[in-house]
Design a protein around this ligand. Structure first.
Ligand SMILES: *[C@@H]1O[C@H](CO)[C@@H](O)[C@H](O)[C@H]1NC(C)=O
Ligand SMILES: *[C@@H]1O[C@H](CO)[C@@H](O)[C@H](O)[C@H]1NC(C)=O
Ligand SMILES: *[C@@H]1O[C@H](CO)[C@@H](O)[C@H](O)[C@H]1NC(C)=O
Length: 548
């Protein structure tokens, strides 16, 4: 199938063209917008995961003082290893319901600071690691109905190693790989293999890419590739890693410029949509932003804020001689979150214009997101939020196409006053231009769909649309909801599925799609995905499908 955005450029008016490519429309009005959803959810959303019941699990750390929300049921927690208060009746995790815009406190008992997560194929969130009494914990959260009170279940000594600043990726067989963490040059698998002294597997690449005391390669960027191997980016280097045989199968050139891209020089990274409609599936990644070498020690020792990096590198992983193609963002940014929008464009949101990750290390908040258009390699600067989103902020894509933004706390404690960037408890939503009512006439609306989609199996979607242009402008995409923290959206991926036919239901404006499930579990690991229809650059709201 022809790529919809390109076709669209040829066939439609300037107004629609602008909407499709996410550009502010020059003569009319700003089509994108920010809204504050809730002024306080009681905690700072350092980590976020959207679940398939439309709720978002959020949490920060547990051992740095009293939050602004109480634990459920008047419960309190006595923790002798807490670094701020030993006796704490406040909660550090909440469950946010997107549709009703409400939240409730959750009980997490051990410290979840700077941890990682993935969702199992059955929809249960697995969170791994943290700090202090939580550094070897695995925790599970199984979604439940609105009126039920499901909560965290913790397994405090579950992990083989301490995992603080590790990255996770769901694997084709439904297991989870947990890679690295502070002073951990190894990886492990969840669920833990069934033998007594399991210690994980060595991964020397992480030792080799470490600057100083394990700097600039924490929260390594992981992407599961269509061949089943892992792309791993740490500091300035990247490889294709066969985790099954613990073997590096490919080494890429260093990213040009020599500047580090991982924590605390936190840039971000995405895997471009995997396209089943092409004859040959190509995997391409993009890494954006970060902080120059030395920026972290300069921020820490001299309170000096180095200008962030404004380059992105694109790397096609197939082909015999991969080279980095560099792009320049209109704004430099460190600690930006990169998310795939349903259209296949990339949003880069949150973060700072100078400094690095770490306590009090960031400056010059960048409150304007940018949207990158991969086909014509263009960036658009979008409208401004009033709230700085610095260290410990996060963002996830919602099923309705908005981007949920929360968190920001560059302090060791909850500090609401007398600091430069107060601990931020609010939630905001950013609506990209494609959500403007001016696109509603060509926006598909999913009416019914098969809830279970098998590999290479036919499935149906019924949709309504006021003005259907043509089949060449329509595509079906699935997006895995990410576990976002510290500027990286773990497990995020988009697959554009093969569309076989679109049939009109008589003379109505309803249509039926026959489409094919993803080819393999390497392309789309089993689990719940948001399925979007995108028509002429305008997405529907998503319906959930379970790939199996
Ligand atoms: C804490 O929560 C209360 C309402 O429960 C709110 O009025 C207050 O502004 C919140 N504090 C902060 C710092 O957001
Ligand atoms: C998913 O699987 C995990 C691990 O076996 C289990 O603990 C959890 O309860 C399951 N969740 C659901 C929704 O069945
Ligand atoms: C934050 O608040 C704590 C007390 O709760 C205080 O000790 C600390 O100095 C404050 N941090 C800053 C950066 O002012």
């Amino acid at each position: 199938m022809i790529n919809s955005e390109k076709t669209f450029i040829i066939t439609t008016s300037i107004l629609c063209l602008s909407i499709a490519i996410g550009e502010p429309v020059p003569f009319l009005m700003q089509l994108d917008r920010w809204e504050v959803l809730l002024p306080s959810i009681g905690i700072s959303a350092m980590h976020m995961q959207l679940l398939h019941n439309g709720m978002v699990v959020m949490f920060d750390r547990t051992d740095f003082g009293i939050s602004n929300i109480s634990l459920p049921g008047g419960m309190c927690r006595f923790d002798p290893s807490d670094t701020a208060v030993k006796f704490d009746c406040s909660a550090h995790s909440v469950l946010y319901d997107v549709v009703s815009n409400t939240y409730r406190a959750l009980k997490v008992q051990t410290d979840t600071w700077c941890s990682s997560g993935s969702v199992l194929p059955n929809g249960t969130l697995v969170q791994t690691g943290g700090y202090n009494d939580g550094e070897r914990a695995a925790r599970m959260f199984t979604p439940c109905g609105y009126s039920e009170t499901c909560d965290w279940i913790e397994f405090p000594q579950y992990l083989a190693q301490r995992r603080w600043y590790a990255t996770n990726q769901i694997l084709p067989d439904g297991r989870i790989i947990v890679v690295g963490g502070r002073r951990q040059f190894n990886f492990e698998i969840f669920p833990r293999p069934d033998y007594h002294r399991y210690k994980g597997s060595r991964f020397e690449f992480l030792r080799e890419t470490s600057d100083g005391d394990n700097e600039n390669n924490l929260y390594p960027f992981l992407h599961l590739l269509p061949d089943g191997n892992l792309f791993v980016f740490a500091n300035t280097r990247s490889i294709v890693f066969d985790y099954k045989s613990n073997r590096i199968v490919r080494v890429f050139p260093e990213i040009p410029g020599g500047d580090p891209r991982n924590y605390p020089s936190s840039g971000s990274s995405i895997l471009f949509p995997l396209d089943e409609t092409k004859n040959v599936m190509e995997a391409e990644i993009m890494v954006c932003g970060g902080a120059p070498k030395g920026a972290f020690s300069r921020a820490r020792s001299q309170h000096g804020f180095t200008r962030a990096i404004s380059t992105c590198g694109r790397l096609k992983l197939s082909g015999s001689n991969p080279i980095w193609e560099m792009e320049t963002m209109p704004l430099p940014r460190v600690m930006g979150d990169m998310l795939l929008l349903p259209t296949g464009n990339i949003i880069i949101i949150n973060g700072a214009g100078s400094g690095t990750a770490g306590w009090e290390n960031g400056h010059d908040p960048v409150t304007q997101p940018i949207i990158y258009h991969p086909f014509d390699r263009r960036f658009s600067i979008m409208s401004t939020s009033s709230r700085p989103r610095m260290y410990h902020s996060s963002a996830v894509l919602l099923p309705d196409g908005r981007v949920l933004v929360g968190g920001s706390n560059p302090h060791i404690y909850y500090n609401f006053t007398n600091v430069e960037y107060p601990t931020e408890l609010s939630l905001e939503a950013y609506s990209p231009p494609y959500l403007s009512f001016t696109s509603d006439s060509i926006r598909p609306k999913i009416l019914t769909n098969d809830k279970i989609v098998g590999y290479k199996r036919l499935f149906n979607v019924n949709f309504f649309i006021a003005q259907f242009l043509t089949i060449y402008l329509l595509s079906v995409r699935i997006v895995a909801p990410s576990f976002t923290t510290h500027s990286f959206a773990m497990n995020q991926r988009m697959v554009i599925l093969k569309l076989l036919s679109v049939t009109r239901d008589g003379l109505t404006n309803s249509y039926r799609i026959d489409a094919l499930g993803p080819s393999t579990a390497e392309i789309a690991p089993p689990g719940y995905y948001m399925m979007f229809l995108v028509h002429a650059g305008v997405p529907s709201s998503a319906a959930w499908v379970q790939i199996e």
